[in-house]
Design a protein around this ligand. Sequence first.
Ligand SMILES: [Zn+2]
Length: 306
Amino acid sequence: MKKIIPIAFIVIYVAALSLALWFTVGGGAPDDVTSSEASSEAISEVTSSEASSEVSSVPLNGYEETEGYLAENAERYLSYAAKYKKLTKSEVVRYVNCGFDKPFYTDIKDSPNKDNYLVLVNKYYNLGEDFVPKDLKSLPKAYKSTSYDVQLAGDAYDAFIEMSDAATAEGYAIKGQSGYRDYAKQQRLYEKYLKNEGGNQAAVDLYSARPGHSEHQTGLAIDVTDGVKSMGNFGKTESYKWAKENCWKYGFIIHYTKENKFITGYDTEEWHLRYVGKDAAKEIFQSGVTIDEYLMGKIEATQAQS
Ligand SMILES: [Zn+2]
């Protein structure tokens, strides 16, 4: 019996020692985790090297050195540049980053800044059926070229009066022909034009906004005349020349020009003035950017801050 006890102790001791050793080295489950981690690392390495070789196979044509360049837009820059050959690389990058390369009325988003005069409304941004601006006011008779009601919202109203008075003082005339239009009215107008054009939507889209996409629904846009000629002939008047050079001083911009048709999707409308406030109008006029691009930049800046 005396000899058996030490032997039993040795057996237990050896068994315990080998068990401890097995845990220290690390058997079973922990080993599996390590090996699966290693293999997923290997996979991600392979994937990223494949991805980078794909990107570098696209000819970047120097776009990667252009300010604002985004690698994910690389192919869009090239196809936009192929479509509009006169654009500089910087313009291509800016416009594609704004999403202006997408077909009109696709990828439509809710208009930002609806509560102020930097609201963006175009063929990519929609105001919604229920949007009605605050502080709508009707222009007095002397500031209109129609017997119908012409309304503008808030600061746009005061700025229009100020601009119209300045034009008159210098021997010109800027009169309101059509101001605020609600969603339902824009819908009726668009449908009427569509009927006139025999259902040709592309033709109507050149001169009429689809409901929810009209700047007139913001209460910040106004179609004008010189009080003599029709609205469509405003571009041929001396008053138009005055407006073109001076309207920014009062916070207005002529939105739809021949030069920016490819961005706005509208034919030239010399008579359509959009209020953006004096600071924005000055920047837009001096830099020559479109209202759309300027307001997109403002939205990006706001998003970056928040
Ligand atoms: Zn208009």
